[in-house]
Design a protein around this ligand. Structure first.
Ligand code: PEP
Length: 253
């Protein structure tokens, strides 16, 4: 399986001109990759200026989606609208959206809406802090179970899980989770998926890591953390970083 590099631009950059420059640079680097797929998730207004039919292994993603397919839902954007703009992936349940009140139930409805539109949901889970007695594992288990409620065994094979411990997000590589801990936690998530869907499916769903992935730690995270890719926030906003991180990912495979 190809590794996946997902760039979450969040509410950046500040102008459409900068967004198109960054998108074009990311595409240029991504096209050189043989083993890595790249997904760029710009803010919604910048999707259209970046939207072209997917080229090679570079895809557009969205940072959110409505639970509704259409209708009187002011401010919402449907999965079909995103699909029409050549979007292929949707981040759902990012911790920054959960912090605004998004519950596991809403996340599961968004994951389902994404699948119904024929897009791939990247379902985010992750603990706020690690408990000394493994309390965080209970929270991760609940998040995985409830965020995937209503997603059938056939459909879950189209889902990607992004494990993002909140305490590691938006810092520097020194604060990222260690590859050994990433590996251990993703095995735990696979155990939950296996209980829900059976071992074959549980072992097949791709799991990404996110949280202060930068040039200096991306190789170890993928190589020793045994994840199928990364979700990258701040470091994906600098074209040179993207180039270096993609080169490291190619070497890690
Ligand atoms: C994120 O918020 O999804 C994320 C991974 O951010 P950062 O890389 O900046 O920690």
């Amino acid at each position: 399986m190809r590794l996946l590099f997902v760039a979450n631009w969040k509410m950046n950059p500040g102008s459409v001109r900068e967004a198109v420059v960054l998108w074009n640079a990311t595409k240029k680097y991504a096209r050189k990759m043989r083993k890595t797929s790249v997904v760029v998730c710009p803010p919604t207004p910048f999707i259209a200026p970046c939207a072209t039919k997917s080229e090679g292994l570079v895809f557009l993603g969205a940072q959110d989606v409505s639970i509704f397919p259409n209708g009187a839902h002011t401010g919402e954007v449907s999965g079909n609208m995103l699909k029409d703009m050549h979007v292929r992936y949707v981040i759902v349940g990012h911790s920054e959206r959960r912090a605004l009140g998004e519950t596991n139930e809403i996340v599961s409805r968004k994951a389902q809406a994404t699948l119904v539109a024929g897009l791939t949901p990247i379902v985010c889970v992750g603990e706020r802090e690690r408990g000394e007695h493994g309390e965080h594992l209970e929270l991760i288990e609940t998040q995985v179970k409830e965020s995937l409620r209503g997603v059938s065994k056939a459909k879950v094979l189209k889902v990607i899980i992004a494990y993002e411990p909140l305490w590691a997000i938006g810092k520097t590589s020194a604060h990222a989770m260690s590859p050994a801990d990433i590996h251990e936690t993703t095995l735990f998530i696979r155990k939950i998926l296996s209980k829900m869907y059976g071992r074959t499916v549980g072992m097949s769903v791709p799991i990404l890591y996110g949280g202060s992935v930068e040039n200096s730690n991306i190789f170890a995270i993928v190589h020793d953390g045994a994840v199928q890719g990364v979700l990258v926030g701040h470091a994906s906003l600098v074209a040179k970083n993207v180039s270096d991180m993609l080169t490291a990912l190619e070497k890690a495979q």
